[in-house]
Design a protein around this ligand. Sequence first.
Ligand code: UDP
Length: 471
Amino acid sequence: DSSVRNLRVAILSSPGMGHLIPVVVLANRLAAHHNVRVTVLQVTTAVSPPESKLLDLPLHKDLVQIIQLPPVDISHLVGPSTQVVTQLCLMVREAVPVVRSAIAAMESRPDALFVDHFGTDALPIAAELNIAKYVYVPTTAWFTALTVYCPVLDQEIEGEYVDQLEDLRIPGCKPVRPEDVVDPMLDRNDQQYDEYVRMGKQIPLSDGILFNSWEDLESKTIQALRENQALRSVVNIPVYPVGPLRRPVEPAGPTSEWISWLDRQPNESVLFVSFGSGGMLSAEQITELAWGLELSCQRFIWVVRPPTRGRVDDAFFNVGNSSDGTPNYLPEGFSTRTRDVGLLVSMWAPQIEILSHSAVGGFLSHCGWNSTLESITNGVPMIAWPLYAEQRLNATFLVEEAGVAVRPRELPTKQVVGREEIERLVRSIIEHKEGQGMRDKAKQLKMSAEDGLGRAGSSYKSMCEILSKIG
Ligand code: UDP
């Protein structure tokens, strides 16, 4: 690594903890394993209470620095119906001048600018400075392929994607079921669709794409991105799987009530139920989930949140408990009836530590990519319960390609999943042979992930290759 010892990279993170964290994890990896000096430039915005828990992320001291850019104001550009992708892209666009100034103010010019996929509007800054430019997509190769190919689908397909009768074909890749498209593709008349198509056109203007996956996990898609002629005609740059990159385990401490509860449970017997940093369910769905867990007679830890009413922050208010401690949005007496098998955690739990506990045998998850990686890298199979963003895509991948998940017959975003169906899924993953097969598969992936990140591994080498080009 001596040849890359003095490299310096600036990484632009789009607004929100969900985007800052993968960037910081990438920064730490570059610093700790490749001796790169990294300046993270964060486009700033308000941080919601549950997300801010994720901020306690240790930084690689000496080499990684986070600079919060002056906040940008997009209030004159948005209305009440402006979607999240639009807002993210607008914020980055408005921040371009302050990004430029922040880079100019660095004590020495960086050797490269990395942006996440919402930050492609900042790529011209790298061209101005004549430095290398890379896009980091903190999720899968499959999502990356869909994104860069969407401008072609935009030309070829008439009408809404969700109304198509046939799967959407991406050359060399697994086709995408119309109902699985990413949120910005749900409504072609919304501005966030235009932003998404633009993103798909701008990503290939960089010098290369990094994504948070690894060769063994997505070999077919990665090969297509590298070799398929039709796909290469839209994305003719190198692609680098550099993952799985994830937050380190933060010990919850010996006093953690949840960990000591897990210590008392049999090996691989507990289902962990959680929907990411912001995922929430309808009141009706929460009721069915509670009954489904109860009927399954399996052990569980459930991170509970009040039903959706609007903003995530609303969840912090107006929560009452009935006399046995059951939150008032769960079936009456639920806590009493499940006392011996279940544990309810309000709002937030130390997920990585829970998933790495030997008592955990399954994860009912919204399939956010971080949660997915945290599950796979602990050898834990999943019940795929996608809610938003690219999670339907992730769920299909986990069930049909990776073979580490089961899912409800109907998409949870389409209709309420009933209690019997939930009971069936929970039993299949914890109790039945099917679950053991998926657990074995997840354990294999855990090992291949570790191999990929090791010194002789493909993800490690991918990073070395990028750095040798920059240096
Ligand atoms: N997380 C956690 N405790 C919780 C809920 C979430 O630690 O109760 C963490 C989880 O470990 C993961 C992140 O929050 O690292 C969620 O990221 P993901 O990509 O899965 O979903 P998102 O929140 O972006 O939808």
